[in-house]
Each structure stands twice: as C-alpha cells, then as structure tokens.
Design a protein around this ligand. Sequence first.
Ligand code: NIG
Ligand code: FE
Length: 412
Amino acid sequence: MENVTLIGPFKQLVPLTGLPLKGALNDVQLEVLEDAGMLIQGELIKEIGDFQELKLKYKDAEIQELKGDHTCLPGFIDAHTHICFGGSRANDYAMRNAGKTYLEIAMAGGGIWDTVTQTRKASKDSLIKGTVKRANRHLKNGVTTLEVKSGYGLSVDEELKMLYAIKEADAVSNADLIATCLAAHMLPKDYSGSEEAYLEEIGTALFPKLKSENLTNRIDAFIEESAFSATQIAPYFKKAQAMGFDITVHADQFSTSGSKVAVEFNALSADHLEVSTDVEIALLAKSDVIATALPGASIGLGCAFTPARKVLDAGGALAIASDHNPGSAPMGDLLTQAAILGTFEKLSNAEVLAGITFRAAAALKLTDRGTLAAGMLADFSLFHTNNYQEILYNQGNLKPCVVFKRGAKVFD
Ligand code: NIG
Ligand code: FE
C-alpha cells in the first residue's frame, strides 16, 4: 500500500460527522470514538476506526504510535479574520477603555481609517510577513483554515496589494488562507465622490482583476451607518453576483439592516449580529445564510455577545469566528473566544465545536474539511486529555500538542 500512515491510538476522537448544519445540538448527539486510529494517505483521511483493528488491517502502514492520553478533533476553521494589516491600534483600545466608543474614535480619525493609513504605508512584503506570522500562531492553536479579508486598502491598487499579499501568505503558511475582498469596508476618507461612485469604481475596476488574477471569489461589505447602507450596497452585490462571486456580509454590529441584505442576496454568511433582534434572527434561521458570531469583537469592544442561543433555538446555523483584526478584535484566539461565548450564551460542547468546524466550513463553502471522515482532508489537532469535554472546559488554556494539516505534522 503506497504511503499510508496510521496514527493513534487516540483515547477519544470526535469526528463531528452526521450532525445537521442548522439548529441546536446536544452533546449526546456527538459520536465519540474511543481508542481510535486514523489512516492517512497523502493529504486525505483514508479510514477512521479502532486503532488495533486498523493496525491488523493495514500491515504495511507506517505507524505513528502515541503514548499517553490524546484526544483528536478536526482542524478548526476561522471563517472571519482581518489578519493582513499594518500597524497597531493599541491607542484606540486605551481610548475605548477610557470611555470613548468605537464609532466616536472612528469619527475622530482613529478606527478602520487609521489601519488603512498604516496598511497603505506598509510594503507588500511586510504585509505577507505579518499575515504569515499571525496565521502560524492560529495554526499552533489548532486553526488549520482561516478566512482573511482585505479592506484596509480601499483603493483599487491598495486592495490589490492586500489580496496579492494574502495569496502569497497562503503559499508560505501551512494553514490554508481563504481570501475575501472587503473593499466595501468604509468610504475612504481621501475619496472625493459619493459612496455609490466609490462602489461603482470598485465593481468596474477591481472585480474583473480579482477574477483574472484568481485573487478571491468572495465579496464582503460592512453594512452600517458608519459604512454603507443596504440601498448603496444592492447594486454592488448584484454586480458581484452576476460575475459569479459569493457574498458575505458584516451585519447588525451596531444597527440592524445587514442581515436582511444577507438573506436577500442569499449570502454565504452574515457575521457579527450583536444587535440582531428576534426579527433578524427569525429571518436568518429561515434562510440558508450561516450566522457567524464574533465573540472576539464583543470582548475587544466590551459589547454584548451575538445572541447565539437564540439563533440556534430558532433553527439557524451558527458559526463562530475570531474576527482577528487590529481594532475591534486584537486577541485572535478562536478556541478561547468560542469557549467564552459558550459560557455566556449557554451553548453545548457540540454547538461550540460545530461552530468552529463544519458549520464554519459551510460559511466558506468548503466541503472537504470540518469533519473527520474518509475522503476528507487530514486536518486535525491532538490535545493531551482523555476527555474531549476538557477542551472547552479549559477555556482555551488547553492548547493542541500536535497539529496536522493536509496529512503532514505542522506543529508538535
Ligand atoms: O469586523 N466591523 C468592521 N470591521 C471589523 C473591524 C475592523 C477594524 O476595526 O479595523 C470588524 O469588527
Ligand atoms: Fe470583521
């Protein structure tokens, strides 16, 4: 048998398979395999089963036998980050903690525009370096796939610089980076025209390049009073969809209206949702849009958490992402944040784990990862414990001891 590796035994392996994409989940629904092994061939999982049985069945396999207690989970998927940026916003953070709001700081010249200025000053190489460094830190924490947005360039050339940097960072980092164009993050302060004119220019001059240079297939917009309105975004999204892009939305962070747009455009996901009411939650739950909670932004801004419990109870699909960015979410630790959201929103282990694995994969339209099963990518992490419940119980402080990405050990 060519190049097969058997790894195990795992005291527990939680494959996260066979669970619905939408709605509440109970821990008894989780399949937990004991003394399991995983057979890897190339980048893929070939088989999962009882370690001793696999050992007998695949006599020629190279064996990586583990000593001690290990629990195996799918590689985590962080479906919303802004880890490509220049500079720091430590000063914004201090100002917020001194009583100024995120929006007040933005009006006063801080906020997103400050990062735009610093990102424009940064060379593409330094953006690549920073992105790889952050991606590798996420990878050590078990995150094997990360979405990464542009949105700190805010001109055709500067957005291209960011998206090339993300593409090159993807080639360097062992994690997979999925790029998203967020040119509609805010109206750039140095743009003399209207919001409509800016969006028209981006759609006309940037969208074709994204396609021809294969930079991204995803278009995002920040729908908010301080950014773009639903009316302004509609023609932009229509154009993007006509060109075959997938849509995702920054929705309901400070005011509602974004989630309605997400549903109207059948977006892959509506992210934030901190101020969503029962009306928006019901709308999302009826749709195929994944509701993505970003606890890192709530922690970074000191704001309410996304009503994740209500989303699930209404029958919605909940993903959980870090939103790692220099402004509202500087921490960038998905497991910690997901565990904390779980305590505040009363989420089961199954709901939290689903939110950072297969439900997050759906938000990125990825069907080859997010669960552990034959034919899926061999992306997984091992934790030194004999009980999977310990992982969220430790609230992010129990880190992976080994991480595999595409069948290769990338951290140990
Ligand atoms: O998802 N909400 C808008 N955009 C980012 C924050 C970006 C920033 O503050 O730099 C977010 O929270
Ligand atoms: Fe964001």
